[in-house]
Design a protein around this ligand. Structure first.
Ligand SMILES: [Zn+2]
Ligand SMILES: [Zn+2]
Length: 644
């Protein structure tokens, strides 16, 4: 039979394995980079027989996302092998690949120490060195239970029971065998770089009623240089950790005595929030949004009607007023719909764009709380656009324009992903087609590249997710645009059409920054606390050289403050060098030094946070300078409103 590989047609025997077909099409050097193949969406080992009727085989290269996942999951098998060799009493459970690496959970009577990790790494190196092939076999569930039962691997028995088929597949390298769907890399020597990163506790199957297991996290790469780059990035990320900088710059804190997962904004952090929120309010008004505000809690029956009570109850908080049950809002949609419904709307009024900096509460398990990135209370820059179906595409383009402009102001690059109808979904085919087409057409019209996640949409409608990339190359999901036909239906939203009849509008849920808390966390790490001048809570600090210059410093502070500059004066009786260092640690954009000469000429010597000293400037010139610096991000393609 004939199989096509990267455009070349190869003739192979009917029972040929995938590797044979690849040999006919790829050079030996290229072949060494191939970990597995894909036939359609099915991924296969190189040793698998080519499936009957398979016309095209796509190699899975080691430097692709899928290749890296295979490599990392295979490294998890090797780690489990090494752990069993060193600690025979440990029971193995599961070991998937995850973002940036893999883990494996073990049942161990203590936790792993850093010395254990070193020993495990050394044992893994031996297994990798031995270039042991991964071999797949298939057996009945009974046989598999006998095999793992004899080894005392009780967790595997549970996993086997959960497999819906009659047979299971096993993967063996050397003496180690694991229950696994596969596929796997050809042999252990394909792992060119790996590292065990950390240990943590994790409940079996994520259920806190189950036994606590010991998890080891690790990572693997196809190239030692990539591993090195990754470790350097982690080092840098640690230095930029927003929790550390938040304390150092006195921006925010978390107070356990007040409850976990809720931020306390100190004056400087609260100022940053206010600046960003003011910016958002202004931009929304410019783009035809109305600012609205709903209550914090709504009757539980409304959450029942919306489906949140059935599907999202675990993440919500509830309370009672005069024996009526209420739910604390985890989303802002309901209030916006009630505002819409407060009057009968005509087609001429649409679209309605309701914007709210809405404070929401969502229950997160205490184990996953992480600084500002994962909290229980946060503020969404949330809007709901209620429009006619024929307006949907234009509205989505408007949102994409908005995202582009805002990201340009903060200097973030981003990628777009379109998620389509999942298997479990509600709504008619016609509605899904209309919304999916509107999103796709909008993406095409704005001319930005996008990826498609088939079947990854919300159950009530398709969506576009926007991921920004920070200076360390990390991706953060912030903005999203979701189409929804269900809530307008459940809440009976209508408008009177040109025909005088009642019609059902479409609702778009969208955020630009997502969670304001999380976005500030990302900004803090991205800029390493050195916020751009327009956001910096303190833009300038006056530094007097001696006490003789203190009066002028205070006078200059007043003058600058009245011109709208956020300014402080450091008139302490300290050496200038000390004051300069403190201002640098506080990452203040401009230091304004005052000595005899400056007092005499009525100005300051300007030392920017970065770049060369600017020398003597009058106070008017300082105001000009700082204002120009603040405007700069807005001139750079930002705020242009429409794609041309
Ligand atoms: Zn596996
Ligand atoms: Zn919503």
């Amino acid at each position: 039979m004939n199989v096509s590989i990267e455009g070349q047609v190869v003739e192979v025997a009917a029972d040929a394995v995938c590797r044979d077909a690849l040999k006919g099409a790829l050079s030996g050097k290229k072949l060494k980079q191939v970990l597995a193949v894909k036939c359609g969406e099915t991924m296969l080992d190189l040793t698998a027989t080519i499936p009957a009727g398979c016309e095209t085989l796509t190699p899975v290269y080691v430097d692709t996302r899928e290749g890296l996942e295979l490599l990392r999951h295979s490294t998890a098998h090797i780690m489990a092998d090494a752990v069993k060799r060193l600690f025979p009493d440990v029971k193995v459970t599961i070991g998937p690949s995850i973002d940036n690496g893999f883990y494996y959970d073990f049942d161990f009577n203590r936790s792993f120490t850093p010395e254990d990790l070193e020993a495990i790494e050394a044992e893994m190196a031996k297994i990798i060195e031995a270039a042991q092939p991964f071999e797949r076999s298939v057996c009945s569930k009974e046989e598999a239970k006998k095999l793992f039962g004899d080894m005392g691997e009780s967790y595997k028995l549970e996993l086997i029971d959960a497999v819906p088929d009659d047979v299971v597949s096993l993967y063996r390298h050397g003496d180690f065998v694991d229950l696994c769907r596969g596929p796997h890399i050809p042999d252990t020597s394909f792992i060119k770089a790996f590292k065990l990163m950390s240990v943590a506790g994790a409940y079996w199957r994520g259920n806190e009623k189950n036994r606590m297991l010991s998890r080891i996290y690790g990572t693997a790469f196809s190239d030692p240089k990539e591993l090195k780059k990754y470790l350097t990035m982690l080092e840098e990320a640690k230095k930029r950790d927003h929790r550390k900088l938040g304390a150092q710059l006195d921006l925010f804190s978390f107070q356990e005595e007040g409850g976990a997962g809720m931020a306390y904004w100190h004056p400087r952090g609260a100022l940053i929030r206010t600046i960003i929120e003011d910016f958002e309010r202004k931009e929304h008004l410019k783009r035809g949004y109305d600012i609205v505000q709903g209550p914090q809690i709504l009757k539980r029956e409304l959450w029942e009607r919306s489906g949140h009570y059935a599907n999202y109850r675990e993440n919500m908080y509830f309370t009672e007023i005069d024996e009526t049950p209420y739910g604390v809002k985890p989303m802002n949609c309901l209030a916006h719909m009630l505002i819409y419904k407060s009057q009968l709307r005509s087609y001429r009024e649409l679209p309605k764009r309701f914007f709210e900096l809405g404070v929401v509460h969502r229950h997160e398990k205490s184990g996953v709380l992480h600084g500002l990135m994962r909290v229980r209370q946060f503020t969404q820059d949330d809007a709901h656009i209620i429009c006619r179906p024929d307006q949907l595409q234009e509205e989505i383009i408007g949102v994409l324009d908005f995202v582009r402009d805002v990201m340009a102001v903060f200097g973030f690059e981003y990628t777009l992903e379109l998620s389509t109808r999942p298997e479990k979904s509600i709504g008619s085919d016609a509605d899904w087609d209309l919304a999916t087409n509107a999103l796709t057409e909008a993406l095409v019209r704005v001319g930005l590249p996008y990826a498609i996640n088939e079947g990854d949409g919300a159950f009530y409608g398709p969506k576009i997710d926007i991921k920004l990339r920070d200076c360390l190359g990390r991706e953060w999901q912030c903005a999203t645009v979701q189409c929804d036909f269900t809530l307008p239906d459940r809440f009976d939203l209508v408008y009177i059409g040109e025909d005088g009849e009642r019609h059902r509008p479409v609702m778009v849920h969208r955020v630009i920054l997502g969670s304001v808390e999380r976005f500030i966390g990302i900004l803090t790490e991205h800029f390493a606390g050195a916020f751009p001048t327009w956001i910096a809570p303190v833009q300038a600090r006056l530094l007097s050289i001696t006490d003789a210059h203190a009066d002028f410093a205070l006078k200059a502070k007043d003058i600058l403050a009245r011109q709208g500059i956020r300014v402080e004066a450091d008139i302490r009786n300290e050496k200038l060098g000390f004051k300069v260092r403190e201002a640098q640690v506080a990452k203040i954009p401009y230091m304004l030094v005052i000595g005899d000469k400056e007092v005499e000429s009525g100005g300051v010597s300007v030392r920017p946070r970065k770049g060369e000293d600017l020398g003597f400037k009058t106070l008017e010139e300082v105001v000009e300078l700082i204002k120009a610096d603040c405007e700069e991000p807005f001139n750079n393609g930002g705020m242009s409103y429409r794609f041309s």
